[in-house]
Design a protein around this ligand. Structure first.
Ligand SMILES: Nc1ncnc2c1ncn2[C@@H]1O[C@H](COP(=O)(O)OP(=O)(O)OP(=O)(O)O)[C@@H](O)[C@H]1O
Ligand SMILES: [Mg+2]
Length: 142
């Protein structure tokens, strides 16, 4: 996938195709930040990438803040939405997750606590256009 990538997709299937193509360049240690309004499709996108790694247990980590999955690849899935202060992240071992570099890390609502993000990460921005249409922008931040 050539970055920056931008596409308007008209269905869940098309979002899945974009996620599958993006997943091909992901390696252990990569961090992917997902931003976009409630219900735009951040969790759906992570779920689609996870399927490529033969993981079918993906769920929204909003209450737990972090979920871990093991398939063909270890995946760590954060959701910052319910975080009240950055200290909670340290309590659940956020720094260790990042420094261990043994998984691909996804972070929904990453823009709420940008100060904890590493130097390099991918950004996936999803905007809802109508019920099934989304604009997806993928880029690299470094
Ligand atoms: N083209 C599409 N791409 C992605 N999701 C779509 C699309 N069309 C419809 N949907 C639906 O939109 C919803 C997206 O919900 P999802 O939980 O992924 O959003 P979210 O961005 O993670 O929200 P939150 O901020 O609450 O975590 C799902 O119900 C999904 O089926
Ligand atoms: Mg979500």
């Amino acid at each position: 996938m050539l970055l920056p990538f931008q596409k308007i997709v008209g269905s869940e299937e098309e979002t899945t195709e974009v996620a599958a193509e993006f997943s091909q360049q992901l390696k252990t240690g990569d961090v992917v930040c997902l931003n976009g309004n409630l219900g735009s499709g951040k969790t759906f996108f992570v779920k689609s990438v996870c399927k490529e790694f033969l993981i079918d247990t993906t769920s929204s980590p909003s209450f737990a803040i972090v979920n871990e999955y093991n398939g063909r690849q270890k995946i760590t899935h954060f959701d910052f939405y319910r975080l009240k202060r950055v200290g909670e992240l340290h309590d659940i071992g956020f720094d260790e997750y990042l420094s261990e570099m043994d998984s691909i890390v996804f972070i929904e609502w990453a823009n709420m606590f940008e100060e904890v993000l590493p130097k390099k990460y991918y950004t996936v921005e999803i905007s809802q256009i109508d019920e099934t249409t989304r604009q997806i922008n993928i880029n690299k931040h470094e």
